[in-house]
Design a protein around this ligand. Structure first.
Ligand code: ADP
Ligand code: 5GP
Length: 206
């Protein structure tokens, strides 16, 4: 089997802050074989976040050094902080046939599309703006200023939804998780090089 037949799939999950991307991604990595790419950020850790698991937390100076060294698949400034996807690990996993999920903002997703046009782009929406506000407030992670910034960005963000392949409304969590999992399963049923290989085997058996 050659390398291209052996590649994992790249899933990109975006959506407004508080829509539930992190919650859904956690379920996806706990319950499927998909692995997440841990991003690097200059934002301060939230309570309970773990270095190397939630993010690689770093300074602005070190982040910019990594940018110069071409260490990111994509990076962006989001809500006043820098966030980036370390390139080497994603490429290694995909080459080893492992599916990878990136939980990144829209600017980053559009940049990934340039490099990985075969990526599967999923947009997570909240059921309403009132619920979005409630979720961000309930998470207790943002200042009033940061909350306003995140909410004000939402309408701008959803205007990019047509760049995505799938959209999942995260109203009831179990249903949203089931839908995202079903997208992963469906993408593995696409007609691809692997199928032609199997059909060749049929011919040998006839
Ligand atoms: P994001 O990663 O998109 O910023 P989070 O996953 O951190 O969002 O979710 C924001 C908050 O909303 C968290 O407190 C999370 O527990 C909660 N949450 C996520 N999905 C749901 C849901 N379907 N119903 C109710 N609360 C949810
Ligand atoms: P948060 O501060 O809530 O963890 O994340 C803020 C935003 O940054 C979210 O939209 C999240 O998806 C995005 N983000 C997280 N990691 C990355 C990354 O590596 N690259 C980009 N472009 N966005 C990211």
């Amino acid at each position: 089997m050659n390398r291209s037949e052996h590649k994992g799939k790249l899933f990109i999950i975006s959506g407004p802050s508080g829509a539930g991307k992190g919650t859904i991604c956690k379920r996806l990595i706990d319950e499927t074989k998909v692995e997440i790419s841990v991003s690097m950020t200059t934002r301060q850790p939230r309570e309970g976040e773990v270095e190397g698991k939630s993010y690689y937390f770093t300074t602005k100076e070190d982040f910019l050094k990594a940018v110069e060294a071409d260490g990111f698949l994509e990076w962006a400034e989001v809500y006043g902080n820098y966030y980036g996807t370390p390139k080497a690990k994603v490429d290694e996993k995909l080459a080893a046939g492992i599916d990878v999920v990136l939980e990144i903002d829209i600017q980053g997703a559009l940049n990934v599309k340039e490099v990985y046009p075969d990526g599967i782009f999923i947009f997570i929406l909240p059921p309403s703006m009132a619920e979005l506000r409630k979720r961000i407030t309930g998470r207790g992670s943002e200042t009033e200023e940061s909350l306003k910034l995140r909410l004000s960005q939402t309408l701008k963000e959803v205007s990019y939804i047509d760049k995505y392949d799938y959209c999942v409304v995260n109203g009831e969590l179990e249903e949203a998780v089931a839908r995202v999992k079903s997208i992963v399963v469906a993408e593995h049923s696409r007609v691809s090089q692997n199928i032609y290989k199997l059909i060749e085997q049929y011919k040998e058996e006839v």
